[in-house]
Each structure stands twice: as C-alpha cells, then as structure tokens.
Ligand binder design. Sequence first.
Ligand code: ADP
Length: 715
Amino acid sequence: MYFKRILKYVFQQKGLLVPSVILAFVVSILMAINISMMLPVFKMMLSDQGLHGWVDSFVVKDRTGVTLLIEEPKEFGDGNISRFIPPMVTKLEVNDEDNNLKVGDEILEVLTEAPQDSYKPAVKNPLDTIAAIANSDEKVFVFVRHRDRSEELVELEPEAKKVISFSNIAKYVVDKIPRGIGKDYKYRCIAVCIWTILVIAIIRCVARFSHEYIVKKISLVAIQNLRNETFTRTIRMPLSFYTNEGVSDTISRFIQDSNRVRRGISILFGKAVREPLTVIALFIGAYQIEPKITLITACAGPIILIVIGRIGKKSKKATTRTLKRWSLLLGKLQEAFFGIKVVKGYHREEWETERFVKVNNNLLKKQLKKAKVEASSSPTIEALAFAGGCIGMFFALRMLEGSEMTIENFITLIALLATAGESGRKLGDVIPSIQEANASAQRVYELFDREIEQDDPDAVEIPPVRESIEFRDVSFTYPGSPEPNLVDINLSVKAGQTIAVVGPNGSGKTTLLSMIPRFFSLNSGRIMIDGVDITKATLSSLRGQLGIVTQNTVIFNDTIANNIAYGMPDAPLEKIQEAAKHAYADEFINEKANRYDEMIGEQGSTLSGGQLQRLAIARAILRDPAILIFDEATSQIDSDSEAKIQAALREFSQGRTSFIIAHRLSTILDADVIVVMEKGRIVATGSHTELLEKSPLYKQLYQMQFGAHAEKENE
Ligand code: ADP
C-alpha cells in the first residue's frame, strides 16, 4: 500500500492531526445531540408532559426500570387551583415480584423516609412526585394505588447515578430552567430547546469548518513536502532516466498524481473520520430511544462494509488504467506544443488533431469505466442503508401500534437513523478516492524510488585536467538499442588540445562526448582524467570543470544576465558582461531595451538561433572550465552569427581541452586532432591533411558536409 508511505508526511503534522480528530469527535457528537434535541420539542408539543417531567421520567426509567406516564397538572380559574393526575406505571423493565409494582399502578406520593403506619398518602403534584424519585440517592418509599384501588407502600431503590448518562446530562441541563406549570411554562421550555438546538448547530458548523480547514491544510502541507522531496530526488536522476521515460509522464506524476494523493489524504482524515463517528454517535442516540430497532437497522452496516470493499477493488483497477491514459494524453500535448513549429511548417495540424482525438477518446473510455464504478458506490450504499432503515421502520411501526413506543420517540428515532444513513451514504466515495490516491501514490513512489546519481563513498575530488584525458576500451549501448552505440573507443587527448569529432549522423559523436560528464554509465572500459577513473571522482569536481554548449541551447525563462550566470549564480554583473563580450553576445544584448535584465521568453523564443548559441557560449565562458564540450549547430545560422561564434570558439578554446562536434570547415582546420567516427567506432584520427590522405570516409565527409560550408566560408 503506497498510500501508507504518504502518511509519514501527515504524521509529521501531529500538532494539527490531534485537533482535527478531536474536532471530528465534537462534530459527530453535536450532530447526534442536535437531532436528539427534537425529541423534547416533539414531546412537549405532542403530549402534556412538561420538559422537567419528561426528563425526570427518563431518569427514573434509567435508574429503576420503571416507565411512568405523567400528565402535566392542569390549571383552572386564575391558576391557583390545580388538579393533579398521579403518574401511572406503563412499563416495567424487570418484573420484580418483590416490589409489587405492576403496570397500571398509580403513584400517589413519594417519601424519602419510612412513614409511620398511620400515614395517609395524598395525591401530590406528579412533577414533584417523579422528581423525588429522580433526585433520590438512596431508597425511596412510594405509595401506589393498584388498579383494584388498594393502596400499598412500595420501596424503590434506584441504581446509583451514572455521571455520564444521557438522562443525567439532560437532567442537569433541564434543571437550569425554572420548573412551572401551564402554557407559558411549556412555550418557555420549547423556546429553550429550539435556541439550544440553534446554538449547538452553530457550534457544530464552526467545528466542522475548523475540521475541514485543518484537514485540507494537513493534506496540502503533506503534498508540498512530498513534491519537494520527489523533486529533490528526480532532479538527481541520471540522464538516462529522462531519455528513457520521457518528461511528460514525470510531470504528470508531479501534478496530477500528487493532487490525487492530496485529495485522498483530505478525505481519509476528513470525511472518513467524521462520518463514521457521526454514524456511531447517532446510533448511540437512537439506541437510547429504542435499542431493538437500532440494532436491527445497524445490521445493514457490515453488509455495507463488504460492498464498499468490493467496489474499492474495482475502483483501483479502473483508476490505474485511467492514470496511464492521462499520461499518454499529456505526452501528446507536450509533443504537439513543443514541436509546434514543425507541426505548422509541415501543415500537420489535422493529423496531430486526429492523433490527439484518438488518445483523448481512449482516455474517455477508461474514465467512463471508472465513472461507472464510482457512480455505483454511493447509490449502492444508500440502497442498503435504506433497506436497513425500512426493515427497522417496519418493526418500529409495529411497536407504535402496540403502544410500546410513543409517536415522538418514533419520529426522533427515524430522524436519527435517517441522518445516520445520510452520513453513511457520504462514505460512498471514500474508498474509491483512497484507492485512487493509492494508485497515484504508487506512481509518485515509482519515481521516488529510482536510483539517483550519487558519489561513491570513496569518491575523490579531482583537480582540473592538467595532463591528459584518456578513453580506454570504452563501450556503451543505450538501453533498448539494438546495436552497440560506442565500440572499443580508445583515445588519448593531451590537456589543452582541441579535438574535432566528425562523422555521419548517428555515428555516436554526441554519445561519445556525453560520457565525459558521466551522463550515462559505461558498459565497459574507462575514461580517465590525469590517470584517475572519472567514475571514482565526485560528480561536482568532474562536472565543475566542464563547460558544455549543446545544440539546443537550453535557455531558462529568466533575464539574460541570469541565463549567462546559470552555472555561476554568484557571478557579479561585470564578469557576466565580460563573458558576454568574449562570446560576441554583448553587442546584441545591448540592443535590447532592458539590456542584461531583458527577459528571455520560454524556450528562448525572443532570440535567434545564433544569438542563443552565443549566450550558451557566454554561459560556458563565465565558468572558465578546464574542459569544453561543444556541439556545433548543424542548422543554418546567419553568417554574421556564424563568424562570431567561430571567433568566440577560437579564443575560448585557447588553453583548454576542447571537444567539438564539428560541422564547420574552420573548426576542423583549427583542431589539433580530428577524430572520425562511424557506427560507434573511431575509424581514423589525425590532422586534416593526414586524414584526407588516409581516410576515405573523411574525404567523403569533407566533400559532402564541409564542402558546402567551405564554399560558403570562402565566399
Ligand atoms: P551523432 O551525434 O553522431 O549524430 P548520436 O551519438 O546522437 O549520434 O547517436 C548515436 C546512436 O545512438 C544513434 O544510432 C542514435 O539513434 C542512438 N541514440 C542516441 N541517443 C539515444 C538514446 N537516448 N536512446 C537510445 N538510442 C540513442
């Protein structure tokens, strides 16, 4: 489970995680209280029982198992005359033969001390009667009148008060309201209940907002950290990773997948904590009202869990397939837009559109499959929850018919169970989302777990080359390439020499020079700088002495100065200007409105090819490298730029060891040694005149490739 690994970033934020769980608790408990509060309101509206009477009878039921029906005292005339109706026993939880209490008995008076034999009970205010039982800590003496009108003194021993019980908490709260009788009292109680419901709802909503925000924050911070760590690793991956995997898939893992993981975290610690807690709290509330029906309804729970598990599995498969299609789509987009000049130049817009539509259609197919799985989740859960609810209701109605349950209990029970069902339904997309996050986490970690370029533990710092660079029996094959791309390369270069590498396209010139910065690992052989194998050198000391100018001069969307200073971020402006002068770039930079502070567009779109290469040369010059690796532009560059690049190169290669992939006649004429390559092998080395004599391939190349330039350069 890759998602588990992501949780590390979540647990780093304990300071937020703990409050978030507490808030989820608060939200769910308040939800249950909110709905349960409907009961007293209904009770007061539907029956004559006052709020205090109701709560007291609730306590009595809890502590003695006796359910009492009480009617509020009726007022007559000016309110001074009241008629008291004694509370009646309607249900006995345990049929205790000894205490002689029976269903239908009326309770006349309650005494806390044993009365004398001659004591005559009187019918007291039923609210006081019941309060006396509810408030008692010990045994009480109850005068009852049986249905046959005979009176009897019964001893009741209420169970010890439980501090945390619904009835006690309710009593504690309700006792704060002054007791009373009549309509005013009833409306006062209803108003208190409604205001309390409102206040609790507001607190619940604030808690819910805080919970939601904290969880979102946790997930955003976690993903920020994940992205940072993944980037730190990815940027250190060997070049082969990028050439093999393509960049768009990596970008898609960074953006889309990390976003899905974020959503998963936010759901896991948000909804997936809050809603089950709410369901439990609501069920506890319902259980207090009617345990049997609550348990019957709760039977739907395990079935729902099994169904959720099944949907989860399907969802994971569907998600993985969709994610693959997404990266294909991104790849297509990148190809089309980065190659937009080619697309337009060859008028291939229609073809590109067709290819895009195909990939997009494939994505849609997979998305629809995924949508089907996801869409089925919530309704399935809802249907099961409904089935449970309906079965429960069926039993509830029977209890209602048999007067085992009052109408207000029935309504509140249904409200509690329905809200629990709604909370359960919200859990419908939890599993699919977490599966999605898991699939995405897997893609992120596939990236994360790759090997990165690292120095050997015993790697040494090598000083800039002083004597020689040697290739010994170097062989290399790109992964997946049918033929070897470098074969038995042996070459010895003295420090300070300029080496021109020539050969037909695809002969391995670029590959050969990519081995010096260790962009790829050799299959066999060694490259040595002053006798030290470069694989034994630290990457920083090796690459630190290299200046690389490639064909596609990578330019960053930044100012000209920052682009030149890319390899030397601390270089002062004078140094940058000096380097630009040596690269013959100073002149065109000064023509720009903001000179060195001019922004270069993305991919260097505001500069010509020749200007871009001069900037790249300036970047290399600024580093003052011991070794220069230069890939001459093959594309046509205007003759002014061409001459300036040549001049810059000539000056720059003085005193440095320079490897140049040559496409210009002047370059080969200036070189100390020319290396001729064919099919990954060095087929000849020597000076221009030597090679013209001894290498037919060189002669052919000279005539075909350099001949055209030679004519141009001679013009
Ligand atoms: P040159 O610079 O002489 O034109 P390269 O060094 O670029 O030639 O390429 C040499 C051979 O290696 C070619 O056959 C090319 O197709 C192959 N090649 C180049 N880069 C890769 C790569 N990243 N993966 C697989 N094959 C590659």
